[in-house]
Ligand binder design. Structure first.
Ligand SMILES: [Zn+2]
Length: 250
């Protein structure tokens, strides 16, 4: 059972929409605090913090998750750095990296201290990140460490067994066995399953339940649409515009 606490004490965040451009959440970046939980929270709420830093969540050593900045806002957790697929530079007063990511800090002491990570903290972090990647449809390749995007200036999260961490986050989620089970179950229901299709992915991410119909085509105002019914709603999109899926009730 994850323990969440709301702590909205930081004034340091930005809007994700800048000059009519909406930056969508596509990455998660993991950090460590290099100091205590309380020192991090004090720093993020300090009016004299020159870097205006913050993060969406801080997971303390006991595994309690402090939710600090709403995900629809951009927290200020990664100022510099670069990554293939993320434009450099900044917009609206913060880095593009911040505009397209969720930043999660893990409480960990400052270098050179390098104790083993507490199991309760890692378990909470795995479960929390697993939930976020499902909600936002974030692939494994887009869950990064601060050191990955800014290796010149950062080394966090230090000492974290990274491959093990990612393996646990994505365990059983989209491997071949999982796909085979889904494929067999859909076919048993008489509905062809396409693992690359946008509708089943959307339905999973939005908890719409099981498929009730195959995909079907229809026309509105001369435009070609495609839809599919799931137990908790009907999803549809203009053919070819699979990024803009919409949802109506039955
Ligand atoms: Zn960091």
């Amino acid at each position: 059972m994850l323990q969440y606490r709301d702590w909205y004490g930081t004034p340091y965040w930005s809007e994700r929409t800048v000059d009519d451009q909406e930056y969508r959440i596509a990455y998660i970046i993991i950090h460590d605090t290099e100091g205590s939980r309380d020192a991090a929270l004090a720093w993020w709420s300090n009016p004299n913090n020159p870097t205006q830093s913050s993060a969406h969540d801080l997971i303390d050593a006991s595994g309690v998750i402090y939710h600090c900045v709403p995900y629809e806002k951009a927290a200020h957790h990664a100022g510099g750095g670069a990554w293939p697929g993320i434009p450099g530079g900044s917009a609206g007063g913060t880095s593009i990296i911040n505009l397209v990511s969720i930043g999660i800090e893990l409480e960990y002491p400052a270098a050179p201290a390098s104790p083993p990570w507490p199991q309760a903290q890692i378990d909470a972090a795995v479960a929390h990140v697993r939930r976020l990647v499902q909600v936002y449809g974030i692939p494994r390749a887009n869950v990064l460490r601060h050191v990955d995007v800014d290796p010149k200036n950062r080394s966090d999260p230090r000492n974290l067994p990274w491959d093990d961490f990612l393996n646990r986050v994505y365990r059983g989620m989209n491997d071949a066995a999982t796909q085979a089970v889904r494929n067999a179950a859909w076919n048993a229901g008489g509905i062809p399953y396409n693992p690359e299709a946008a509708f089943p992915r959307y339905a999973r991410e939005h908890d719409l339940g099981n498929p009730e119909t195959p995909e079907f085509d229809f026309i509105v105002g001369g435009q070609q649409y495609r839809g599919q019914g799931f137990s908790k709603g009907i999803v549809y999109a203009r053919v070819g515009d699979w990024e803009n899926i919409r949802e109506v009730s039955w």
